[in-house]
Write a protein that binds this ligand. Sequence first.
Ligand SMILES: *Cc1c(COP(=O)(O)O)cnc(C)c1O
Length: 403
Amino acid sequence: MNKLEQKALSELESLQRQSLRRYLRSFDSFSGPTITLNGQLLINFSSNDYLGLATAPFLRKAFADAALTYGVGSAASRLISGTLPPHTLLESAIAHFKQTEAALCFASGWQTAAGVIPAIVSQNDVILLDKLAHACLVDAARLSGAKLRVFPHNDTRRLRHLLEWATSQYPSSIILIITESVFSMDGDLCPLEEIVQLKDHYGACLLLDEAHAIGVIGPQGSGLAAHLNLSHRIELQMGTLGKALGVAGGYIACSKNIADWLTNRARSFIFSTAPPPPVAAAALAALRWLLSPEAQTRIAHLTHLRNQIPNLLPSFAPTPPPAAILPILLGDEKLALQTSQQLLNLGIFAPCVRFPAVPRAKARLRISLSAAHSLDHLHQLAHALQKIIPNIPPPLTISKPIA
Ligand SMILES: *Cc1c(COP(=O)(O)O)cnc(C)c1O
């Protein structure tokens, strides 16, 4: 056996021993609130499809129409000949939606971070990053070569000290704070008002990743920055088109000058094939839909479901989750895996999240709510959890599920 094979085997064995080994599970299909695994229909609490758009007929049609009009691939990078009407329309729509001068779209949220952060800061600059920031933000921050300091999650006191330090040590550098509006594994919000105040006070900049806020929080689902009327004070607003918007891709919304700069500097934008036209067209259709009355009804339904959580799962969530993510902390990796499997046996798919997605011994079930769920789906989840984790009190009896 060669060295590489040996290493692969020993790494896999080590992961297995720690209950950290992953396997791909191939699902048959999913649609709205359900997912099918080996022929078994499950209620799906795993997806980031917060508004149930990924399988929506009108988006399938937008996708198919664009494929017929423009083809399935862009065949070139954006700066060569890969920029087509769906891309430019999508970027204007994002800028309008986020109330910024400009926006750029990328093939994914990951590529957005990997392109944007190293384009705007380098060795001479400073990044201050929340401890629980998404892996793509961590990797992009490292890739940039900037001096990197991590502050404890949402700890604005510590952030203030770091800003104090950075401005005195590097007075002419760019100091970039990076955080998220909704944290992907904990489901909590960042203290955005305080962070923006600190940022302005110290002359720093902010990159806010709204991946899990878009479609869930704020006017017409436009995110936490808009909800707090802070959009105009945030230099870089990032997000994904693959979660609540149901399609794929990432974006950065910013000033015209920064967008032009990124067009010239962001390597994942320059050296990668442009997003396929059907993807951009479907994302555009999803964004336009978000402004419709039907979308408002759907967001309101999701809000209603979130508000029911404390009634249904009082010992896990005494207050409604601030977004659509509900972590159920179990700690031990093996226990979390077993619990997830037991739920699966009861027809519920709630994935187990383990290191390195979360710290060691902080394994959890990550329940994602979607507007595609009915209240009855939540009842079933509550009953199943109650059966498996018996020390949670029974859910309160609440009104009949709404249609
Ligand atoms: C999912 C996610 C991303 C990456 O977006 P993709 O479009 O899936 O690549 C970035 N940031 C956060 C916080 C995320 O949760």
